[in-house]
Design a protein around this ligand. Structure first.
Ligand code: SF4
Length: 363
């Protein structure tokens, strides 16, 4: 039997755009949280095809972009100490702190290695027992289980020349902060399929309920994104957007339960600084005292110091949905993908990088 939504499941992007055009009967502003989805939309020129009344704004879903300069300074400070190997993801290398980046200290002789996963950083620690390997653990809640697993593995093996700079951020508290801003007037939230990998979808369901928000979870292809937007518009038109929990269909596997256990063994949530959003209660993970030998911040007695941004950059407005790269005087002039000024141009998922790649110079 065909499901009532069967025609939507099989529709082509053209038909889905048509359907969206016919459904939008009022001004609606939707936040697309994930930088990868924003990138896909720009790549295929989707925003030009959407109804005029449907406004898409970007959210804080780029973990490199939300890292304040003061945190980069802490990474740099630790990386400059003797016998340290900083293990980091590639995206973070060029993000500027108040004076240096990990890339500039590498050029000056600091040992900085690019890794794709925290377990690779632990491998480096096994390989170089006379060095201390410091892993820059950035990312959102979906990245946290791998970091927790690596710390627990190091503890099991008794590896002590390994530690982590805990910079994992939790999206729901930051979204809550943005959704409280009446000027932003966000009516719908498009969440990426990454949300299926996390342990706490209830936090998203709670957001939807409290803010009377229409939500949808979508993959990264254009048809999925369009279906997500159609679902959001239909929920708004029904007048009861948060009645149905959009996350209820996400099934949690045994792996999810294990992840949840590891997270509670290793981390707890505290107030954390975000670029552009300030300090938000319960929005970042720190490592429990029992495992403090794996916490680079405690081990090297470093503090994250909040600093005024030294650079003229509008990333703060962009990651909070309050502006677009086109509002920034530097976009495409002094700030380009070859010579990025701010993290939104540095990071692959950064909104400025996506705008520059897919829209700059387009007529
Ligand atoms: S274009 Fe460059 S300077 Fe402007 S907001 Fe984006 S990253 Fe910052």
């Amino acid at each position: 039997m065909k499901s009532p939504e069967g025609h939507i499941e099989q529709a082509t992007p053209d038909l889905l755009v048509e359907e969206l055009q016919s459904l939008v009967d009022r001004p609606i502003r939707v936040m697309v949280v994930c930088g990868t989805q924003t990138r896909a939309m720009l790549k295929y020129g989707l925003e030009d095809l959407l109804p005029d009344n449907l406004e898409i704004v970007s959210g804080p879903g780029c973990s490199v972009c939300v890292m304040p300069a003061g945190h980069i300074d802490a990474f740099v400070k630790i990386g400059l100490q003797p016998d340290i190997i900083t293990a980091t993801c590639e995206d973070l290398l060029r993000v500027p702190g108040s004076r240096d980046s990990l890339e500039t200290i590498k050029k000056k002789g600091a040992l900085v290695e690019v890794v794709d996963a925290p377990m690779e950083a632990l491998d480096l620690a096994r390989k170089f027992p006379d060095k201390i390997v410091v892993f820059t653990a950035i990312g959102f809640e979906g990245a946290a289980p791998d970091v927790a697993e690596t710390i627990l593995e190091a503890a099991r093996e008794g590896i002590v020349n390994f530690c982590v700079i805990p910079s994992i951020r939790l999206l729901p508290p930051s979204l809550d902060n943005l959704l409280n801003d009446p000027e932003l007037n966000i009516r719908g939230l498009l969440c990426s399929a990454h949300v299926e990998a996390i342990t706490d979808t209830e936090a998203y369901a709670d957001l939807a309920r409290r803010h009377h928000l229409a939500c949808a979870v979508a993959g990264f292809g254009i048809p999925e994104i369009l279906r997500g937007l159609i679902s959001i518009v239909k929920q708004i038109r029904s007048g009861q957007p948060s009645r149905k929990n959009p996350f209820a269909g996400i099934t949690h596997s045994e792996e999810t339960a294990l992840n949840k256990k590891m997270l509670s063994e290793v981390f707890f949530a505290v107030e954390t600084d975000w670029r552009g959003l300030g300090s938000i209660e319960g929005s970042g993970f720190v490592i429990r005292d029992e495992l403090s030998i794996y916490d680079a911040i405690k081990r090297f007695n470093i503090r994250f110091v909040e600093r005024e941004e030294q650079i003229q950059c509008n990333c703060s407005e962009i990651i909070s949905g309050r502006g677009t790269p086109n509002d920034c005087p530097a976009f495409g002039i002094s700030c380009t993908s070859r010579h990025p000024i701010g993290p939104c141009m540095v990071a692959q998922e950064g909104i400025c990088a996506s705008y520059f790649r897919y829209t700059f110079g387009r007529l």
